[in-house]
Design a protein around this ligand. Structure first.
Ligand code: S3P
Length: 442
């Protein structure tokens, strides 16, 4: 049964909070731990459904994964040492888990059936099948491009040079992880920089990864195969994509001031914050520091009067998960915000381009999709109407974004199902209520 909820106009939101660990880094810490010898201790792992599914899958492949008093511990089996699972590998709603794991399973001489929920089974997998097939992995049925699919791995794989046809860190990562199981060098060319956690973490675990900045822009990433990875400690910083919802709430609810502690500020992830600053947002990165090979800061956000901006095409990869919440913020800005280069939003947990525009329109906000561009006309000094019912389509970020809209619109906003928030941010409701938000069962 779905759980609809309704958010109401809030008095000011105030406080200092911590959001859970970064989802991308959490998945990778479990996977690289499973491919390492020795023990990987992870602190701050995101304990949300998507990541817990990855943990279960790594255990089904023979790694020992357990929760301890201090965090999580993975005892891996070394590169190439995983075991054929007894049953299906079920990734639930998790695109990152399933796509990266294909690169890993594909490098082992085993068969494994990959499956997931209704939303995941609709998402495109061809983008992973294409490069992995070139490396020697086979898939059954051979004419399907979506889950469920059986991956028939091979050992060793053939190294390839692959130019990403779309800006996708998941595709890059699947090829690099497969490349660990290929002799020689596997190269991924990314014309536009995408989140670089796999490269950073592969190095942290002892793999040789060379990165070349290309003269015409973009990067060539080369992983040396037949690698030996060794377990390493991982401290997972706060997820900037989860923090984005809290930051947005503070910006649009008058009188608010919220500080979100220990957020990852890796530049491949902070396009949302750059854009907000251009809109005139009062956002400050406090206590900027380096920890565990990445940069962190406490992010302080105060209610601000915002002006519309045009978000350039090339910023999309660094804020790809933040467009639904940016579109909600844009509904409060003076003028029309135009967001270019959003084609990849159609391949997320829902077609986010369509579901974001539909949610805004249902709440009296003028929004328009034209090709891969989304435009939102902000209400400036007036509040958006609200009062609408938003279809979330099993998409956690659509659910959270529209609950935030209701905190500052005239009438309450209802979202048809909030269960999927648990896939990435189970603490969302509690944290929002702690800051002063009123979100009730509808
Ligand atoms: C992710 C990459 C992005 C992002 C997803 C997490 C990752 O997907 O949307 O939430 O951890 O590599 P794409 O690679 O499909 O853009």
């Amino acid at each position: 049964m779905p759980t609809p909820r309704q958010s109401h106009r809030a008095p000011s939101l105030n406080g200092t909070v911590r959001v859970p660990g970064d989802k991308s880094i959490s998945h990778r810490s479990l996977m690289l731990g499973a491919l390492s010898t020795g023990v990987t201790r992870v602190t701050g792992l995101l304990e949300a459904e998507d990541v817990l599914n990855t943990a279960k899958v790594m255990a089904a492949l023979g790694a020992k994964v357990q929760r301890t008093d201090a965090g999580w511990e993975v005892r891996g089996r070394g590169v190439g040492g995983l075991l054929e699972p007894m049953g299906d590998l079920d990734f639930g709603n998790g695109g990152t888990g399933s796509r990266l794991a294909m690169g890993i399973v594909g490098g082992h001489g085993m068969r494994a059936r990959f499956t997931g929920d209704h939303s995941l089974c609709k998402r495109p997998m061809g983008r992973i099948l294409d490069p992995l097939s070139q490396m020697g992995v086979r898939f059954e049925p051979c004419d399907r491009r979506t889950l469920p699919l059986t991956v028939i791995g091979r050992s060793p794989l053939a190294p390839i040079e692959y130019t990403l046809p779309m800006a996708s860190a998941q595709v890059k990562s699947a090829v690099l992880l497969a490349g660990l199981h290929a002799p020689g060098i596997t190269t991924v060319i990314e014309p536009e920089a995408t989140r670089d956690h796999t490269e950073r973490m592969l190095r942290h675990f002892g793999a040789r990864v060379d990165i070349e900045l290309l003269p015409k822009g973009g990067r060539a990433i080369r992983v040396h195969g037949d690698a030996e990875l060794e377990g390493r400690p991982v401290v997972v910083p706060g997820d900037p994509s989860s923090a984005a919802f809290l930051a947005a709430a503070a910006l649009i609810v008058p009188g608010s001031e919220v500080t979100i502690a220990a957020i990852l500020t890796n530049p491949t992830r902070t396009g949302f914050y750059t854009t907000l600053k251009e809109m005139g947002a009062d956002i400050t990165f406090l206590n900027e520091r380096e920890e565990g090979g990445d940069t962190l800061a406490d992010v302080r956000v105060r209610y601000s009067k915002l002006k519309a901006v045009t978000v350039p095409y090339d910023r999309a990869p660094s804020m790809i998960d933040e467009y639904p919440i940016l579109a909600v913020v844009a509904a409060f800005a003076e003028g029309e915000t135009v967001m270019h280069g959003l084609g990849e939003l159609k391949a997320k947990e829902s077609d986010r381009l369509a579901s974001t525009a539909a949610g805004l329109i249902a709440n009296g906000v003028a929004a328009k999709v034209d090709g891969d561009t989304l435009s939102v006309r902000g209400s400036g000094s007036q509040r958006p109407k609200g009062g609408g019912l938003v279809a979330t389509h099993m998409d956690h970020r659509i659910a959270m974004a529209f609950l935030i809209l209701g905190l500052a619109s005239d009438a309450p906003v209802t979202v048809d199902d909030t269960d999927f928030i648990a896939t990435s941010f189970p603490e969302f409701m509690g944290l929002m209520q702690g800051l002063g938000a009123v979100i009730e069962l509808a």
